[in-house]
Design a protein. Structure first.
Length: 321
């Protein structure tokens, strides 16, 4: 690839990573960054639809391993578990801020309009993206079920679901002018989540299904595009190896008060669901302990689609994350 083309592609990678870090849905939806202060007028309100949970049991903190990926060999060994087509020689770039762990970027393809990238973070996240202009994956109406089929087939061929389960699917954008595809949905964003099993703790009161969702940074998140197929794929699975002694969490009502204190006046939002989870940090951060958090699902009052967003409140200290 010509040096000019390589510089352009590296610039695209950098921009995409920046957009992911602020939760831009055109790249990969990052749960950790869906929370945002709405830019509405002062005097906004938070409306709670439904009741807050009560009588939540004491929960442990989860202890996580230290840095997962420490060098180029680790990065490649990890990469080929999911994408065996990437060879060690495909490593083109490393990033290090001196604060966060080094990340590793692999590339296949030497055409600016047809290439694949794979980023491996020191925390064990995998981020895949591709460009393939002009390739249509559907000649007929492309439906939500079509997108799910493509997503599940892709996952099956790239490491499998493991203990991830489907969580949600959302849409973004339409084709303005594309022959028979005018007005069709352009992108489907599909999320998968995993849970921590707490049955062995014999909690009182018990939690639904004896499990706690792991939210925030962890998950499988992917974009299925009508004109490209799977254009982005994100996977992070932090696996605890130990836990602390269970200790009390703050109540959902106290967490809600913290939320009101921080977000009141930043525009109107409606909270549709509240549950306890374990909060996983951003994929660039090596996290040593995962603590319980209250997860508030909401939509903005000006969102006619009522797309889900999440805000988290630390269930130990009441801090809005």
């Amino acid at each position: 690839m010509a040096e000019k083309g390589r510089i352009k592609i590296l610039a695209i990678i950098t921009i995409c990573i920046m957009l992911i870090s602020i939760g831009f849905s055109g790249c990969i939806k990052d749960d950790d960054n869906k929370k945002k202060k709405n830019g509405g007028p002062s005097g906004g309100t938070i409306e709670l639809e439904g009741e807050l949970p009560t009588n939540t049991p004491a929960l442990p903190d989860l202890v996580l391993p230290s840095e997962v990926i420490t060098d180029e060999g680790d990065a490649h060994d990890f990469a080929i578990q999911y994408f065996p087509e990437f060879e060690k020689s495909n490593l083109i770039y490393t990033e290090s801020t001196g604060i966060e762990p080094t990340t590793y970027i692999f590339e296949i393809g030497n055409d600016e309009s047809n290439y694949e990238h794979l980023k491996i973070s020191g925390a064990g996240a995998l981020i895949y993206s591709r460009e393939s202009y002009g390739e249509l994956v559907s000649e007929t109406l492309f439906t939500e079920n079509d997108a799910l089929t493509i997503a599940n087939n892709f996952i099956s061929n790239h490491g499998g679901l493991g203990d991830f389960v489907f969580e949600s699917i959302n849409t973004w954008g339409t084709f303005d002018e594309y022959g028979d595809k005018t007005g069709m949905i352009r992108d489907y964003f599909i999320d998968y989540i995993h849970y921590y099993d707490v049955e062995h703790l014999e909690l009182d009161p018990p939690l639904p299904n004896d499990e706690v969702p792991i939210c925030g940074g962890d998950g499988i998140r992917m974009t299925v595009s009508t004109d490209e197929g799977v254009s982005h794929f994100f996977r992070l699975h932090r696996t605890p190896y130990d836990e602390t002694t269970p200790s009390p969490v703050i109540s959902a009502s106290d967490a809600y008060y913290s939320l009101e204190t921080v977000y009141e006046g930043y525009g109107n939002m409606a909270i549709t669901n509240v549950d306890i989870c374990y909060y996983s940090e951003n994929y660039e951060i090596v996290q040593e302990t995962m603590q319980p958090a209250w997860r508030f699902e909401y939509y903005e009052d000006n969102d006619t689609n009522k797309d889900e967003n999440f805000i988290y409140v630390n269930a130990r200290n009441g801090e809005v994350i």
